[in-house]
Design a binder for this molecule. Structure first.
Ligand SMILES: Cc1cc2nc3c(=O)[nH]c(=O)nc-3n(C[C@H](O)[C@H](O)[C@H](O)COP(=O)(O)O)c2cc1C
Length: 195
């Protein structure tokens, strides 16, 4: 449990999920990983198109280096102790009519939040990343046209924060959030123009 507090009766799983960086280097099982993807599977999506697609690598396999080398050095510093790296992508067209979907990224985000919540429930670290080379990911992981690279995720067993680089040790705690009034508006968005 984190020290987060909310003014409303938010589900504890949602409130306390956060993204640590400290991982122990222990492996996770294939079954644990499939449980995460199963959670992703149940996300809502426009027309139930389920546009999320994932490529993954376990650290002890030869393909790990390909995934790891996509990351910027800042992320490599702490991801070296991850058990699995995931590259999330999404299909840009609907299956049923081949027309462009406006919400493929949005839908993939919903699946990734399911995955993150499931991982928190399983006492795993799940940490999203945009600090990687998107073009190289598309090329090296052979993503066909018609799909977009969305984000990477590190998955691992929790570790000791003192194993992190010094500046990251200080940041290793749950973050806070903007108040509801700053992002939810009754009747329209006119408030936003006043900011
Ligand atoms: C799509 C996405 C990309 C992110 N990119 C990075 C990243 O490249 N490196 C990093 O250390 N954290 C990254 N984060 C983690 C965010 O900084 C973190 O989720 C945010 O500060 C909120 O904190 P919390 O997840 O602990 O609640 C990313 C998160 C998401 C969802």
């Amino acid at each position: 449990m984190s020290n987060r507090e909310s003014n409303h009766d938010v589900n504890k799983l949602i409130l306390h999920r956060w993204s640590p960086r400290a991982m122990s280097g222990e492996v996770i099982t294939k079954d644990e990983l499939m449980t995460l993807f199963d959670a992703a599977r149940w996300a809502q999506s426009s027309y139930n198109n389920q546009p999320w697609r994932f490529a993954y690598a376990f650290r002890e396999t030869p393909v790990w280096a390909t995934f790891f080398n996509l990351l910027v050095p800042f992320n490599q510093d702490w991801c070296k102790n991850a058990a699995v790296l995931i590259v999330a992508s999404s299909k840009k067209d609907f299956d049923f009519n081949g027309k462009p979907s406006r919400t493929h990224s949005f839908d993939a985000g919903a699946a990734l939040q399911n995955l993150a919540l499931q991982g928190y429930e399983m006492n795993l670290v799940i940490h999203g990343m945009e600090g990687f080379d998107y073009d190289k990911a598309k090329q090296e992981l052979l993503l066909p046209d018609g799909y977009a690279i969305e984000a990477m995720f590190a998955v691992g067993k929790p570790g000791d924060k003192y194993g992190l680089p010094k500046e990251l040790q200080e940041r290793e705690e749950p973050s806070w959030r903007n108040e509801i009034a700053t992002f939810a508006f009754e009747g329209g968005f006119a408030e936003l123009a006043k900011k």
